[in-house]
Ligand binder design. Structure first.
Ligand code: GUN
Length: 303
């Protein structure tokens, strides 16, 4: 069994992103990411803090908007509108899930598609479906990058995805089944409506698990030699830890790892790649802004 070191892969990708940030700075552009966090969910606070720290390390400006869970929807619509208009903001991230009662989909729909670094706007999800160039959602994008840099070619393989979320499962289904490099897989997606999930997981050459259920996948559910990508990050009580909890994935690592050819750990697997692809998308948004500024200037100079 080989452990997939997400931190190391992330460092490799971040070196390229860093070079692009330097290049943009020479042109007078500092990429900017606005992060909106509503409420006090400890996991979301920890993700958002990680995203902001990564931005700082990269020389990307982050604009932190932390709001109480009593925030009315109008305040959020106004904030997003203001960030849409702000020329120093290249990317807008609305941390999910939002507290109950807030209109998540309507708020995501309000984000300018050109600043939608999560790739959750209908325009960008539609482009993804059509195979057009667009912001790819960060976790699926990070998984594609892991495959690319670990020499895992999904072509002709049976990929089984557990979980049909818009953040992971559904975009990944489309990306892996598309024609071309990095795609061409046969993909099965399982969800809460799937009877006998083991029937599918045992067939998987590559198993991606994004369900939010701690240690759902047990060793008896996979075949020898499977590649396992564990997207889950779950806190379970652990009195031996100072914090009182520890992180586990959606895969029972101890029983699955001995059967796997490769497996991502939790933490240190997919997580660092999700953040890395957010940085990548933010820098891409800034590059597009720089390009469009230049073409506007070119037009005015040229008459
Ligand atoms: N919550 C869990 N994953 C994500 C993500 O990729 N983006 C946002 N905005 N929220 C999330």
């Amino acid at each position: 069994m080989e452990l997939i070191d997400g931190k190391r892969i992330a460092q490799t990708v971040r070196a390229t992103i860093q070079a692009e940030v330097h290049q943009l700075k020479r042109l007078g552009i500092v990429p900017g990411l606005a992060v909106i966090l509503v409420g006090e969910d400890p996991a979301s606070i920890s993700y958002v803090t990680g995203k902001e720290k990564a931005c700082a390390e990269m020389g990307i400006r982050s604009f932190d908007h932390r709001l109480p869970d009593t925030t009315p929807p109008e305040t959020l619509f106004h904030l997003i509108e203001r960030l849409n208009q702000d020329p120093s903001v290249d990317g807008i991230l609305l941390q999910l899930p939002l507290p109950r009662g807030l209109p998540e989909r309507q708020l995501l729909n309000c984000i300018d598609p050109e600043k939608d670094v999560d790739g959750f706007h209908p325009m960008n999800l539609g482009k993804l479906l059509l195979g057009e160039e667009t912001f790819l959602p960060c976790t699926p994008h990070g998984i594609l990058k892991i495959f690319e840099l670990e020499g895992i070619d999904p072509a002709g393989k049976h990929v089984v995805i557990l979980g049909r979320s818009i953040t992971v499962g559904r975009p990944l289904l489309n990306l892996l089944s598309r024609k071309g490099v990095g795609g061409n897989a046969t993909v099965t997606i399982c969800h809460t409506g799937t009877p006998n999930v083991s029937f599918y997981t045992r067939q998987a050459d590559i198993l991606v698990v994004a369900t939010g259920s701690p240690r759902l996948v047990q060793g008896s559910m996979v075949k020898e030699g499977v590649v396992v990508i564990d997207v889950g990050v779950n806190r379970i009580p652990d009195p031996t830890k100072k914090s009182g909890y520890r992180l586990v994935g959606d895969v029972d690592f101890d029983s699955v790892a001995p059967k796997a050819s490769k497996i991502t750990p939790v933490p240190g697997g997919v997580g660092p790649m999700t953040i890395t692809m957010l940085l990548y998308n933010t820098v891409w948004a800034a590059k597009k802004r720089e390009k469009s500024n230049r073409s506007v200037q070119g037009r005015s100079v040229g008459g």
